[in-house]
Design a protein around this ligand. Structure first.
Ligand code: ADP
Ligand code: ZN
Length: 434
């Protein structure tokens, strides 16, 4: 059940001692990079000034902008000859940032991903189809190396090409898949058009879904359609990629691997820590990276820490599902909302298909929100008129979730543009006036 029982179940005291020792080492290692060398001089920070874990608070936060300002090599803490790989972020919110790894970094990272996969029940006799983009994006190679370390057989399918994906699953008896949740929903339509019933025709039992915010409703749809248990996988390129926090078999919160990262949750406005159970911005410090250690990286991702221990016996603190990034928040008619709230309402309605869009306009100085939702193929009989009651139900459900009444347009199945990577759902046409 455990990949590394001693570490996964280490008590709080043991974990904190380990973190302190690794934090000092990380400060020492980071001090070799141009950015931290200067910063530590200015702030009077050195490994021996870190006396307790609280002293981390003397180190200033960094953000994607700090990484961009010191692009590309400003955070490199080893001679370039020791680097064996680079990755980059997806560039969801602007210019992509780059991360460099030594051979040891890659090995540590693979160990974390193997731990996550093992935790959910993956074993060497599994066939793992990795449907994430290979290349600069961390979801592909990150999982690939983890699965190989665990000893599973990997099908490095990469992203896209839905029919081939399904053919591979079928011909090679894939038991485990890794997929972006929005793409996972699209693929359900392809199963249908190919006449494949995953429950009967495939051997799948586990799915890893991550890389973008998604709801419990989306997880349930994927579980039901594929006949799998779906586990939430959270990571970010700045902290390697996948393997930062992952759901255990309890499927209730994601264990953050605290032997490899220090997690802080802060109020994004005051930058002060928030108590467990209170939502805030996740901040991570890498504890085992030598190529490019990063301290107190502000993710902009919003979640909270579960105060209670997990029944699975792992002691590493759990974070909640990510609600979105601070910059995903939409303000419509003065009301704050996250795209995930719209997903939640839509995915709970069985007639709604896999894809939707949120369009914001300004008309006569007023905000105007339109939600376009695809109808599920089985429900579509050639015209949308008989679905008026569904449309009304969607409006009601969105109104009670958002406290704003959107316009809702139903569209035919498979007509909204799809993405093979992270979904793009929000089209805010108001910004040109802003
Ligand atoms: P970018 O930050 O440009 O999107 P990354 O590929 O590094 O590039 O993506 C990391 C980000 O993806 C995270 O900071 C988070 O916003 C999002 N993300 C990753 N995994 C999840 C997940 N399981 N749930 C919600 N969001 C996630
Ligand atoms: Zn657990």
């Amino acid at each position: 059940m455990y990949w590394n029982k001693d570490i996964e179940t280490l008590d709080r005291d043991g974990l904190e001692k380990m973190q302190l020792a690794l934090l000092r080492k990380t400060v020492e290692q980071a001090g070799h990079s141009p950015y931290y060398q200067l910063l530590f001089q200015q702030e009077g920070i050195a490994p021996d000034t870190i006396k307790g874990l609280d002293d981390i608070r003397r180190i200033p936060f960094i953000t994607k902008d700090t990484l961009r300002e010191h692009y590309p090599y400003g955070f490199l803490a080893v001679p370039r000859g020791q680097i064996v790989r680079m990755h980059s972020s997806s560039g969801t919110t602007g210019r992509a940032t780059v991360i460099f790894h030594t051979a040891r970094d890659i090995d540590e990272w693979a160990g974390l991903v193997a731990r996550c996969m093992y935790m959910t029940g993956v074993r060497p006799d599994d066939v793992f189809q990795n449907m994430m983009g290979y290349g600069l994006f961390t979801g592909g190679l990150g999982f690939h190396y983890g699965a190989e370390k665990l000893g599973a057989m990997v099908i490095p399918a990469g992203a896209g090409n839905s029919k081939r994906q399904i053919m591979l699953m079928q011909e090679f008896d894939a038991t485990v898949i890794h997929i972006i949740p929005s793409y996972g929903l699209h693929l359900v339509e392809t199963f249908r058009t190919m006449g494949i019933d995953p429950h009967k025709d495939l051997k799948l039992r586990i799915a890893f879904i991550g890389a973008e915010p998604h709801t419990e409703e989306t997880r349930q749809r994927i579980e039901q359609a594929y006949g799998v248990k779906a586990y939430n996988s959270y990571g970010l390129s700045e902290m390697n990629g996948p393997g930062v926090a992952f759901e255990c078999p309890c499927q209730n919160g994601l264990h953050t691997w605290e032997d490899s990262y220090i997690l802080e949750v802060i109020d994004p406005a005051t930058l002060e820590p928030v108590p467990d159970g209170v939502e805030g911005e996740l901040v991570f410090t890498s504890l085992r990276r030598e190529g490019m250690p990063l301290l107190r990286y502000r993710t902009r991702d919003l979640a909270f820490v579960y105060p209670e221990p997990c029944p699975c016996g792992r002691t590493h603190r759990r974070i909640s599902r990510i609600k979105g990034r601070t910059d995903d928040m939409l303000i419509v008619k003065g009301v704050n909302m996250f795209p995930i709230q719209i997903e939640k309402a839509l995915m709970a309605i069985p007639e709604v298909g896999s894809n939707f869009q949120i369009i914001l306009d300004t008309i006569d100085d007023n905000d105007f929100m339109t939600v376009k939702a695809e109808i599920r193929a089985e429900m579509f009989t050639g015209d949308l008129k008989h679905l008026e009651s569904v449309r009304k139900r969607i409006i009601d459900d969105l109104r009670s979730e958002l406290l704003v009444t959107p316009r809702v347009e139903l569209v035919e199945p498979d007509t909204l543009p799809k993405s093979e990577g992270k979904a793009v759902r929000v089209f805010d046409n108001r910004k040109q006036w802003g």
